[in-house]
Design a protein around this ligand. Structure first.
Ligand code: LLP
Length: 418
C-alpha cells in the first residue's frame, strides 16, 4: 500500500519510520495512517458522485476516537450497535442525525439515549424489539424512526462466522415475514417507518450477493407500496471486502454503479441509499507491529515467538484469517526459513500467521498488514496482557491515540474479599 511502504530499507507509515515508532512507543503497537483512512473514504465519495448516499461508518471495525473523528470531519455518519458506541460518536462531535442503530439486542436504556439525541434510524431486527422500541418512544412522547432489517437469505460466500444474511442466522426478520412486520410497525404508536435495511455479511468480494439481496429488497418495496407503506431510504449494510492477500476486489464504484442502475430500472432512483462499511474504510489503514522474542526450533516446526498474541489480533485463530507479515527492516544476512508466528499465550490457538517464509533474527520487528479493522477492537486482556498502544500517523507526524494499558489499570477495577 502507498501508506505502508519501504523507504531506505525501513517500513514507513506515511513518512514516519515504523522502527522509530516501535522504539519510542514499544510493541505490540497498532499504527494507523490518516491518509489511508481518507483515501478509503474518498473511494466511497467518488463512487457516490451526486447520488443521495449516506455512508454510516460501521464503527465496530475500529472505534478509536481519533479514527471516528476523521470520519466525522469527512461528513460520515455512523452505524452503531451499542450505547457505548453512540457515546463515542458524541464524544467526537459526530452528528446523531446521521447515526443508524443496528443490533439484535438493544436495551431500553440504549433506545432511550438514542431517542434523546435523535438518531436517524433504528434498524430493528425482531418483532419483540419493535414493540419495546414503540413503548420506550411513546413513553417519551416520541416516534422512533425505524427500518426493519430483513434477512434476504442470500449466501455472501464468505466465512460462516461473518455471514449474516442466511436464514439460519440470528439476524433480521425473514423476508417472507417482512410485510406483516411492516404492517405491525405502521400500526404502533411509537414507531415511524422510514426505511428498509439489510446486511448480508462481511469481507464480500463479489457484487452478486449484494445485487441478489437488492433484488429481493426491491420486490419487497413493491409489495409494501401496494400496501401503502412507503420508505425513504434503503440501507444495504456493509460488507465490502479488502485485500488481505490476493483477493480480487469489489470497489465501491463497481458496486454502487450496479446498485444505481437497478434502482433506476425499478423506479426507485429517488430513494436515499445508506451504507454501513466498516472493514473497507479502516482495514488497510492499520498495521500491528510486534517484536520477535525467540526463534524456537522443534523437531517438526520452526516458531517465531513474538510479543503480540491472539489477545491483540484474534482474527487468525478465530476465522483462520490471513494477515500478511512484513519485516520492518528486511535483512539478507540470515537465511529465509518457513515459520509459524505465535504469541506468548498459553493456548495452541495462539498463532498469528502460519507457514511464512521469513528471514529474521531475535529482536527484529514484524508488521501484520490489514490490521486496521477488527484488530484492536477485538483485543482482550487474556493472560493479564495490557492492550497495545495505538498511534496515528499524519504525514511526518504521529499522535498516540490510545496509550498502552498498564497492569495497574487492569487491576484497578478488581477487589478481594479482604
Ligand atoms: N453493518 C452491520 C449490521 C454489521 O453487522 C457489520 C459487521 C457492518 C455493518 C460492517 O461490516 P463490514 O463493512 O466491516 O464488513 N470480526 C469479523 C467481522 C465481523 C463483522 C460484523 N458485522 C472479522 O474480523 O472479520
Amino acid at each position: 500500500s502507498p501508506y505502508f511502504a519501504y523507504r531506505d530499507g525501513v517500513l514507513h507509515a506515511e513518512s514516519v519510520s515504523v522502527a522509530d515508532l516501535a522504539e519510542r512507543l514499544g510493541t505490540p503497537l497498532y499504527i494507523y495512517s490518516r491518509a489511508a483512512l481518507h483515501a478509503a473514504y474518498g473511494a466511497y465519495r467518488d463512487a457516490i458522485g451526486s447520488h443521495d448516499v449516506l455512508v454510516c461508518y460501521g464503527m465496530k471495525a475500529n472505534s478509536n476516537l481519533a479514527v471516528l473523528r476523521e470520519f466525522a470531519k469527512m461528513g460520515a455518519g455512523f452505524d452503531i450497535v451499542s450505547a457505548g458506541e453512540l457515546q463515542r460518536v458524541l464524544a467526537v462531535g459526530g452528528d446523531p442525525s446521521k447515526v443508524v442503530f443496528s443490533g439484535v439486542g438493544k436495551q431500553a436504556s440504549e433506545m432511550r439515549l438514542a431517542l434523546e439525541v435523535g438518531v436517524k434510524c433504528f434498524n430493528v431486527e425482531s418483532i419483540p424489539e419493535l414493540h419495546r422500541l414503540s413503548a420506550v418512544a411513546a413513553s417519551m412522547g416520541k416516534r422512533a424512526p425505524v427500518s426493519l432489517r430483513v434477512n434476504p437469505d442470500v449466501d455472501p460466500k464468505t466465512h460462516p462466522y461473518i455471514s449474516t444474511g442466511l436464514k439460519e442466522n440470528k439476524f433480521g426478520i425473514a423476508i417472507e415475514q417482512a410485510l406483516d412486520a411492516y404492517r405491525n410497525a405502521a400500526s404502533l404508536p411509537g414507531i415511524k417507518v422510514v426505511g428498509l435495511d439489510c446486511h448480508i455479511g462481511s469481507q464480500i468480494t463479489e457484487a452478486s450477493p449484494f445485487l441478489d439481496a437488492l433484488d429481493k429488497l426491491l420486490d419487497l418495496l413493491d409489495l409494501l407500496a401496494a400496501h401503502d407503506i412507503h420508505i425513504d431510504h434503503l440501507d444495504l449494510g456493509g460488507g465490502l471486502g479488502i485485500r488481505y492477500s490476493d483477493e480480487t476486489l469489489l470497489s465501491p464504484t463497481t458496486l454502487l454503479n450496479a446498485v444505481f442502475e437497478r434502482l433506476l430500472a425499478r423506479g426507485y432512483g429517488d430513494r436515499q441509499i445508506v451504507l454501513e462499511p466498516g472493514r473497507s474504510l479502516a482495514g488497510n489503514a492499520g498495521i500491528l507491529v510486534t517484536r520477535v522474542e525467540y526463534l524456537k526450533h522443534t523437531d517438526s516446526k520452526l516458531f517465531l515467538i513474538v510479543d503480540a498474541a491472539m489477545n491483540d489480533l484474534v482474527r487468525p485463530t478465530l476465522y483462520d484469517a490471513y494477515h500478511g507479515v512484513l519485516p520492518v527492516v528486511p535483512r539478507t544476512d540470515v537465511v529465509t526459513r518457513n515459520y509459524d508466528v505465535v504469541g506468548p499465550i498459553c493456548e495452541s490457538g495462539d498463532w498469528l500467521a502460519r507457514n511464512r517464509d521469513l528471514a529474521v533474527a531475535e529482536g527484529d520487528l514484524l508488521a501484520f498488514e490489514s490490521a486496521g479493522a477488527y484488530g484492536m477492537v477485538m483485543a482482550s486482556n487474556y493472560n493479564t496482557r495490557p492492550r497495545a498502544a495505538e498511534v496515528m500517523v499524519d504525514g511526518a507526524n504521529f499522535h498516540v491515540v490510545r496509550s498502552r494499558e498498564t497492569v495497574a489499570q487492569l487491576l484497578a477495577l478488581e477487589s478481594t474479599l479482604g
